[in-house]
Design a protein around this ligand. Structure first.
Ligand code: ADP
Ligand code: MG
Length: 628
């Protein structure tokens, strides 16, 4: 037996390793399994080029937990290590790597970074073990060795009688880490980090039910067999060629990724690039609801099939974090903070590549099967609208496929919409006015009024659409959006010719003061307008600008400061050309006039959904009185 002292500048870095990344102790398992995988893949390579004259066979990696002895064993059938190699790779390389790592990152802000996801390697074993042993037999003729280290820089190395090729790592679990002696905890970690690693990983056995033999009786139990419990799928879909996968394969892989997700994805995008960076993956568009906050953190980031994180912030553009799926790239630097990550050139390229692929996919779906695209629009619009708002390149591209649905269920691209409405909805200043509703039921009477004039009414109801309208208004020339209840239609789309007023200016003044008297305390701004005699006598409107600013602020940013808490503002439009309004003016008794005004106002509020509570009850009672 030989003993030695690992040559390090710090007397004892093990306490440091232990303290470091306190919450991330669990990564030791991923690191050790990664090493076992690397060792196996190296052997595969050496046998394939004829360098190693051994039988590669069908190697697997085995994880064993011995709760009683407080040990975890990790056994691989890879290249193994000779004594020299252990001294070199473990005592020197791995150790100095760990030392350098700690040195570099011990002061880093752990909360904001991906730091700690990778880099510590073999020595992360000391985060959970008080003693680590390596028993290894190289694929060469070198004798098997047994290395042991108890967490101080001292180690021992002796001969071992191991006869089969590969490495066994034995961890004697420390008293503060006994959670890792629980089968459930290990299973959980294997599934989290190693679910798609390329070499089969065995953890215990499981009972498999076999088919009943011929002639078995109904009541005979089916025969069973103990088989290896392989926890991973070594060939996940994203590592295959798109040409070798059918739609069903993509759907199956989605279920594999999200076993608790019962809804099918709407479509997928297979990512595959090897220059100027390496990246593979599959992204899925799930059915999204309007609640933006709950759907993030579903994309999983891998490095060579090893799970790294499900927080891809900074790697994938913000608007695509609502998607699901997998990204696998060895080119994403992981030992750095998020802010550094976002400034990294390769990461920037990756982010814009992903954005471009998503744009291409959407545009080909739109071109190849517009009907299906329209049917899916409601479920995907939030991502697209969000992307249009946040990424200018995507905004430009989305012009081809972003849809503007109408209340009647037609879907137009912006250009089609322009073409469709330009004759009727261009105002006297040559501005195109696009009318929209946010709720078909609530704004029904306003929608009907607009349709009666031949206008198209869009149905724009996603939570961020007010921001998008703002952006469209500033980036397109002479376009404005107005909700159907923002004002009366002749004001929303002003034409040269105006309606002739049936009332004189004095009459209008008199009428206005009559109405103001009755509505004194109700807070409406009264607007006298000469409109079609067939338009409603009283209409309540909500000016576009104020309402939209409020909405923008409620959905985050963009709006004017403090708008969100402002009260709603309503105008009362009085159609001076309507017969009923003429009657109000002609009524001699104040009492009757007051009744007519109140009843008309209530009807206008009713159609805007503003009549509620006691006022609604009074209105109903009053109406019954009137029809008696
Ligand atoms: P890295 O994996 O980044 O090289 P590690 O600290 O994880 O760093 O491992 C250090 C080295 O130890 C590896 O590069 C490898 O040469 C050797 N090694 C670790 N585990 C094994 C193993 N199971 N089989 C063979 N060699 C191993
Ligand atoms: Mg490693």
């Amino acid at each position: 037996m030989a003993t030695g002292k690992i040559n390090v500048s710090v007397e004892n870095i093990f306490p440091l390793i232990k303290k470091f990344l306190y919450s991330d102790h669990e990564i030791f398992l991923r690191e050790l399994i990664s090493n076992a995988t690397d060792a196996t893949l190296k052997l595969k390579h050496l046998t394939s080029i004829g360098e190693a004259k051994v039988d590669y066979g069908q190697p697997m990696i085995e994880v064993k937990v011995d709760k009683e002895a407080k040990k975890i064993h990790l056994i691989d059938q890879g290249i193994g290590m000779s004594e020299e190699e252990v001294k070199k790779y473990i005592n020197e390389v791995a150790f100095s790597g760990a030392e350098e790592f700690i040195d570099k990152y011990k002061d880093a802000d752990k909360d904001t970074g991906i730091i700690g996801h990778f880099g510590l390697g073999f020595y992360s074993a000391f985060m959970v073990a008080e003693k680590v042993e390596i028993i290894s037999k190289s694929y060469t003729d070198a004798p098997a060795i047994h290395w042991s280290c108890d967490g101080s820089p001292k180690f021992t190395i002796k001969k071992s009688d191991k006869t089969d090729r590969g490495t066994e790592i034995i961890l004697s679990i420390a008293d503060d880490s006994t959670e890792f002696l629980e089968d459930n905890r290990i299973s959980e970690l294997l599934l989290k980090y190693n679910k798609f690693m390329p070499i089969p990983i065995k953890f215990g056995t499981k009972t498999e039910t076999l088919p009943k033999p011929d002639g078995a009786k109904e009541e005979d139990p089916a025969p069973t067999k103990e088989v290896d419990n392989i926890i991973n799928n070594p060939n996940p879909a994203w590592t295959k060629k798109p040409a070798d996968l059918k739609d069903e394969d993509y759907k199956n892989f989605y279920r594999e990724l999200y076993p608790m997700q019962f809804e099918e994805p709407l479509f997928h995008i297979h990512l595959n690039v090897d220059y100027p960076f390496n990246l593979t993956g599959i992204l899925y568009f799930p059915k999204l609801t309007n609640d933006l906050s709950i759907q993030k953190d579903k994309i999983q980031l891998y490095q060579n099939q090893v799970f790294v994180t499900d927080n891809v912030e900074g790697i994938v553009p913000e608007f695509l974090t609502m998607l699901r799926g997998v990204i696998d790239s060895p080119d994403i630097p992981l030992n750095v903070s998020r802010s550094y990550l976002q400034a990294d050139g390769a990461v920037k390229k990756i982010s814009s590549y992903i954005t471009r692929k998503v744009g291409d996919k959407l545009s080909s779906l739109f071109k190849n099967n517009r009907e299906e695209f329209e049917a899916k629009w409601n479920d995907i619009k939030i991502v697209i609208e969000y992307g249009m708002l946040s990424e200018d390149k995507f905004f430009e591209k989305a012009n081809q496929f972003a849809l503007y649905p109408t209340v009647d269920g037609n879907y137009y691209t912006f250009e089609e919409l322009e073409e469709k409405v330009k004759d009727l909805q261009t105002d006297k200043d040559d501005k195109l006015v696009l009318l929209y509703a946010s709720n078909k039921e609530q704004q029904h009477s306003y929608i009907e009024a607009a349709k009666a004039k031949g206008f198209e009414v869009l149905l724009l109801d996603s939570p961020i659409v007010s921001h998008l309208m703002q952006k469209l208004e500033t980036s397109k020339e002479k376009v404005s959006f107005a909700r159907v209840d923002a004002d009366h239609l002749d004001n929303l789309i002003k034409k040269e010719e105006t309606q002739i007023s049936k009332l004189s200016d004095e009459e209008k003044e008199k009428l206005k003061s009559n109405i103001e008297e009755v509505l004194a305390d109700k807070g409406y701004t009264i607007q006298m307008e000469a409109m079609d005699s067939s338009s409603s006598p009283f209409i309540i409107t909500e000016p576009e600008f104020m309402r939209r600013m409020k909405e923008m602020q409620q959905s985050g940013g963009g709006g004017m400061f403090g708008m969100g808490s402002m009260p709603e503002m309503y105008n009362l439009i009085v159609n001076t050309n309507h017969a009923l309004v003429g009657e109000i003016l002609g009524t001699k008794t104040a009492k009757k006039r007051e009744r007519l005004i109140n009843q008309s106002l209530d009807l206008a509020r009713l159609s805007k959904g503003l009549l509620k509570g006691e006022e609604l009850t009074n209105f109903i009672n009053r109406s019954y009185e009137m029809i008696k």
